[in-house]
Write a protein that binds this ligand. Structure first.
Ligand SMILES: [Zn+2]
Length: 302
């Protein structure tokens, strides 16, 4: 750790165009929570909505504050079920582009167009605010980006914000219209991108945070799962529970299928899931900080 901080101090000397620090940079949970609220203030961010369009500009400009470079990948998805073409955009921030050993950090930024878990049938066609399911993972990664600017990582880091994770209609367990941004990223990266490790964040802002081992992650990359939960234990974050609870279909699945060694951090015990009640008051700065600190510890020590 001492060597890391010394190296960082040296790097700061060369960074004259970015803010200086009065002390060691740490993950600011309050700032991450503000970023969560700012996303929700744009309105629902489901594809085709005004909030979706505004979020592309907001997220790109936030990432540009800290990343060495930012790329957007605009693409379309043809939704044959309703005969519509959907415009989608993945957003990537790159740190230390020359490093060949890389770490992928990702989250979905879109929000679900249908609150299909509402008990009131009239609400099931409304979009969700997506405070936890959408904004939370992105908020953590934007704050992680600020810390990575202050303490440049030895390895390269790619922060990728996926669109279209939650677009699917979920009929009869069909997930072919979910994970659209991750599928796109997997397709364009296949054979060209081999990070040493990937971490996906989804629904990690619940103020009653409990993150269990996700089954697909644990089965495929148990060493990475163990590394993350060990980091949490070292930091004293009891929100990370070292037991497996759910198998989750999420953006990590198409990435795993493309050979990327990625694990999913997700708290699936969240009563407002896929309802209009998924609002910022259900989330907390403390939960975002726990996840952000764990991710940074893994990034700097991998
Ligand atoms: Zn969702």
């Amino acid at each position: 750790m001492h060597r890391l901080i010394l190296a960082s101090a040296l790097s700061l000397i060369t960074l004259c165009d970015h803010p200086k620090l009065s002390g060691p940079p740490t993950f600011d949970g309050g700032r991450a929570y503000d970023l969560l609220v700012q996303q929700c203030d744009l309105g629902p961010r489901n594809p085709g909505s005004a909030g979706h369009r505004a979020a592309i500009d907001f997220l790109s400009s936030e990432l540009k504050k800290w990343a060495d470079s930012v790329e957007t990948d605009a693409f379309t998805y043809r939704d044959a079920k309703v005969d519509t073409v959907v415009a989608l955009t993945n957003i990537k921030g790159v740190f230390n582009a020359r490093a060949t050993e890389r770490i992928l950090l990702c989250a979905h930024w879109d929000t679900r167009p249908y609150a299909d878990q509402e008990t009131d049938p009239k609400k099931r066609t409304q979009p969700i605010p997506g405070a936890n399911d959408g904004a939370s993972g992105v908020a953590v990664l934007l704050e992680v980006a600020r810390v990575l600017r202050q303490i440049p990582p030895v390895k390269g880091v790619d922060i990728v914000l996926f669109d279209g994770e939650d677009y699917g209609r979920g009929l009869n367990g069909d997930v072919s219209d979910y994970f659209l941004g991750a599928r796109r990223f997997a397709a364009v990266s296949k054979g060209k991108y081999a990070p040493r490790m990937g971490i996906l964040l989804d629904m990690i802002g619940d103020k009653d945070l409990t993150i269990y081992h996700e089954g697909n992650s644990n089965r495929t990359y148990p060493d990475h799962v163990a590394r993350v939960w060990q980091a949490a234990a070292t930091l004293g974050y009891k929100q990370f529970i070292p037991q497996q609870k759910y198998f989750i279909q999420d953006d990590h699945i198409p990435l795993m299928e493309a050979g990327i060694p990625i694990i999913d951090l997700i708290d699936f015990d969240y009563p407002p899931w896929h309802t209009t009640g998924d609002t910022p008051d259900k989330c907390s700065a403390q939960s975002l900080k726990a996840v952000g600190d764990v991710v940074l510890k893994v990034v700097y020590e991998l």
